[in-house]
Design a protein around this ligand. Structure first.
Ligand code: ATP
Ligand code: MG
Length: 286
């Protein structure tokens, strides 16, 4: 049995559970239980606050954990990063009042900086020879400068909206983070049974991740336009071309990124594509 620690509630919970479920690992949704067994896979899921996941995994109380890279780096426990999972993207940045003129890291010499990530900030400042007062706070870090508690902050940023609404500007990105799969020790050092389950799990996570953000396109195309279509399509290998019963026409199938689907569709229409079907892609197994 492999135990995987997941955030109980919060920003990573929903996508962690969705990743497990899309990977065929089904667990009930009894919110009162902190430990739940999957019905059809040798895995149980332990629900914790994200702060506690790195330590729990490093101690071996869970074999695996899904947690933000920021928490892993901040806590500094000895864990292996097995995979980046492609959700929960954010960065941890230094920000200062927008009225301040910023002339580089020296701005921070002797200043008071509020943060919930003192470990990462201390290391960063030490590396750059900056001496400043780091104030650790757990609540709303972004209000500290306006409240006169700090000169600047070091905090999680995703869109930057929170900074702007608090009159701050981002001046240095220190860490880019996303959700990662961590383990107690390198996968080769695990006992054989666990190792096999974990490899299977990682393969499924990878396939689910590769399918995200992609669409499957099918269309009818005059045969003489196939070469032009191949130039337009950024498919995985090359598109599948199947002859149609109607002479001179074929069916063309391929995978495209969500974000480029409209451009691709318009270009295909321009070379004569008809009956274009856009389908959701569940998984990509390579
Ligand atoms: P817990 O109650 O489990 O301790 P929390 O309040 O510490 O939760 P959340 O706000 O749920 O944490 O964030 C969990 C993780 O989501 C962060 O550590 C970070 O990796 C990621 N994340 C992504 N975008 C953001 C964002 N805009 N703000 C905060 N966290 C973000
Ligand atoms: Mg937390």
């Amino acid at each position: 049995m492999v135990r995987i620690a997941v955030q109980t509630k919060g920003r990573l919970n929903e996508q962690s559970m969705e990743l497990l479920s899309d990977s065929g690992i089904k667990i009930g949704d009894d919110k009162r239980k902190f430990l739940m067994k999957a019905t059809d896979f040798p895995v149980d899921v332990l629900f914790l606050r994200d702060d506690d996941i790195p330590q729990t995994v490093s101690m071996g109380a869970a074999d695996l954990g899904i947690v933000g890279l920021n928490e892993v780096v901040e806590r500094g426990f000895d864990v292996e990063i097995l995979q980046h999972l492609g959700f929960g993207a954010c960065r941890i940045s230094l920000a200062i009042p927008k009225s301040e003129e910023y002339d580089g890291l020296n701005w921070f010499q002797g200043k008071r900086i509020a943060t919930s990530y003192p470990g990462i900030l201390r290391r960063f400042f030490d590396e750059h020879g900056i001496k400043s007062e780091i104030h650790t706070i757990t609540g709303s870090v972004e209000i500290s400068p306006a409240a006169g508690l700090a000169d600047g902050i070091f905090d999680i940023v995703s869109s930057g909206g929170t900074l702007v609404s608090n009159g701050l500007k981002e001046v240095e990105v220190v860490l880019e983070s996303d959700a990662v799969l961590i383990s107690t020790k390198p996968i080769e050092e695990m006992e054989a049974g666990k190792q096999a389950t974990i490899r299977q799990l990682m393969f499924r996570f990878d396939s689910v991740r590769k399918g995200r953000g992609k669409k499957y396109l099918m269309m009818n195309l005059p045969e003489e336009s196939v070469d032009a279509a191949i130039d337009i399509l950024p498919s995985m290998k090359s598109p599948t071309v199947i002859p149609l019963a109607q002479k001179g026409w074929c069916s063309l199938q391929t995978v495209v990124e969500d974000k480029e689907q409209w451009t691709v569709i318009e270009e295909l229409k321009a070379i004569g594509a008809e009956d274009i079907l856009v389908m959701t892609l569940d998984k990509v197994v390579i």
